[in-house]
Design a protein around this ligand. Sequence first.
Ligand code: HEM
Length: 467
Amino acid sequence: MSITYKALPGPKGIPFIGNLHQFKLSGLHHFLEQCAIDYGNVFKVKLGPANFTIVAHPEMIQQILKSRPYQFRRMAKMDKILKQEGVHGLFNAEGDDWKVHRRIVNRGLNIKHQKQYFSSILKSVERLHKKMNTAAEDQFAYPVQDDLMRFTVDVTTSLAFGFEMNTLEQKGGVIQEHMEKIFPMIFKRINDPLPWHKIYRTKDDKAYDKAFDEIEKYVEGYIKAGRQRLKDNPELKAQPNDILEALIAASDEEEVITDREIKGNLLTLLLAGEDTTAHSLAWALILICQHPSVLQKLQEEADRVLCIEGFLSSYDRHELLTYTEAVIHEALRLKSVAPLLLLEPLEDIEMEGYSFEKGAKMIVLTRAGALQDDNFTESKRFNPDRWLVGQNSKCPVHHISAVMPFGAGPRMCPGKHLALLEMKLVLSMMAKNFSLELVTPAGDIQENLAFTMMPAKFDIRLSRRTL
Ligand code: HEM
């Protein structure tokens, strides 16, 4: 007999609100990860009127994620909230519809295209380098997160939409001020026990509406420009330069992608590519600053690989940055910006002795396994060396399938290779040119979950290295 929802263990709640009083929304992942330690790898919680089944077992999570799109889907409520804002794109598409979106978006984000877009990313790295030089000259406490966001917006808009936004060289009031308001509100609405915003709109709801309107205007502008490019150069239909052109070409020829879906996918890419990469970079910097020996090794590698240049200038050399890559994997393991995913079974499912009912609300804890000694030697320690070849004797336990910062299975993040390249370029540039110091005490930098898991605001101090 398999274990049903009713028989699952879990923290005791109180009438009406269940377990909601036991955590702050920004700490939901901490609460659930702690419950996994207390109640085991499959347990239940009650968030207001909603019953949730939580799975923290890495092998079960892999199985669940791999059985998409036909046995599990993303949680239906998330789709509803995204669609209310006009987001009909890859992230919230399901079934056969998802397959069509995925094929088209993959065309643009495929690793084979990395070389092609390297020079465009490099332009943004140069601009970031210039800004960081100014911060180093002034020696002020530098709120680096803002520039990391600008960097990732610039990269995404140029690669996905063929538009050079250059927010890094603009002051104030740019697109990411609007974007900052989006994820926290989507996350709040997904977790609200009742759709309060339909009854009463708070100041935050109004700011969110305005932010979405502004971003939609940007996106509509890109689509108009993209259509014009394809009209002027019809040969681009066969050889699109960016994802927008691929989407427009598909909508013209295969008639499978509607205008609404083109817009939805552009919004998706902008949202999915910005916060995730910028926060992952921010976490990597925080960890590096706390470990001077890691910074030193990064600097030695950057000196060797980048030679006399201030940043990596040729794509083919990025593979030589093996230590930088190890630092990135280790930062993503400890500080996964997506520590949980919200799902629903599309049919009644029996798995590993548990039965999950069709339509049940489920959360899979994709970080929990990465923080267990069963899966990684000294799992809580920041030790990039564990990712280097030949470290088996020092770090014998290394279960790579327990790390899922990019998800797993057919819906695994299609931007993974782009994100890793962006992170490598930024970290090697910083290591080559600057010494880094954390100004904000590390203990004050909390993990805040607001759809993505970001660090609380922090400052670093940069000083130019004397080489
Ligand atoms: C370090 C940076 C990033 C992290 C940690 C990250 C993480 C994730 C995760 C966990 C998922 C869900 C995967 C699943 O359900 O199994 C996802 C999906 C997705 N990501 Fe990323 N991501 C990053 C960067 C990017 C970038 C740069 C882009 C594009 C510009 C992007 C586009 C997407 C899209 C479109 C999806 C939906 C895929 C689908 O449902 O088929 N991501 N990402």
